[in-house]
Design a binder for this molecule. Sequence first.
Ligand code: ATP
Length: 276
Amino acid sequence: MTAAVASLAGVTVDVSADRGRRRTAVRVLDDVSLELAPGTVTALIGESGCGKSMVASALCELLPVGSVATGRVRIGDRTLDPRDSAWHRVRGREVGLVPQSPATSFTPVRTIGSHLSETVTVLGADRSVRELADAVAYPAWALDRYPHEVSGGMAQRAAIAAAVAGRPRVLVADEPTSALDPELAAATWRLLAGAAADGAGVLVVTHDIETLRQVGVCDAIAVMREGRLLARFSAGEFDGLASTSASDAADAAYSADATTRLTDDEYIAQFLQEVR
Ligand SMILES: Nc1ncnc2c1ncn2[C@@H]1O[C@H](COP(=O)(O)OP(=O)(O)OP(=O)(O)O)[C@@H](O)[C@H]1O
C-alpha cells in the first residue's frame, strides 16, 4: 500500500461533561487507528454521535477545549502531539477542512471574494482568487456576494476553494452535503474527488453514503460505533458485501426489535443495506 498521507494511531479522546453538579470525563474516541492514502477518498460513516466529527477534529487538532487526547496523529512526515504549536502551520497548508455549515463559517460582514483573498494571502497560495473560484466552478460574478447572499451549493464551493487553496495533502470534509439536494451533493463529491485526483488523501464524514457511492468516487469506507472504528472496507469489498452475504444480516438488523442491541456485524450490515 502507498505510504499514508495522514494517520491516527491509537487515538483516544475524553471530553469533560457536566453530570448534574459533577464534571466527568466522557470517552468520545476509543483507540481509533485510521490511515488515509494519497489520491483516495475515504468515507467515515456510523450512527449519530458515534464520534465521526471527533475523528475529523483530531486530524486537524480542533478538538473541544478541555478534551484530553492520547495516541499519535501523523500528517505527512510529521507526528504531532495534540497541543503541538506546529498545528498552526499545518492547518490550511497540510490539512484543509471543509466545515459542515460553510455559510455560517464565513464572516457575514465580508464578501466571499474577500475571504478567499485573505486565505490566498495567509497561505501564500499559488492560485489567485479567480483561479480558485474557477477550480470549484464558483461563479466569478458572485465573488462580491456576502455569505448570506449565495446558495448553499455556492457556499459549499467557496468553502472547498478555501480548503484547497494551500494544496493540502489531506482534506477533511465534515458532512459537506448535509444541506444540499442530490444534484449539488453529487457535484460536491466530484469536487472532493478532484482534490484526491490531485494527490490529496480525502476523508469525508457523511450520512449520505448512498449518493457518494452512486457518484463512484469513494475508495474506502470506515464504519464507527460508540467511539470505536469497527471496520474499514475498500469500496469493492463494501459493494460485494452489500450485494451478497451481508444481506441476510442486514435484513435481520432491520427487523430487530428496537430494544435489541445489535451485534457489531449487524450494525455494519445496516449500512450495507443502505447501498444495496
Ligand atoms: N464540543 C463538545 N464537547 C463535548 N462533547 C462533545 C462535543 N462535540 C461532540 N461531543 C460528544 O462527542 C460524541 C461524538 O460526537 P461527534 O459529533 O463526533 O459524533 P458524530 O458521529 O459526528 O455525530 P453526527 O453524525 O450526529 O454529527 C458525542 O457523544 C457528542 O455528544
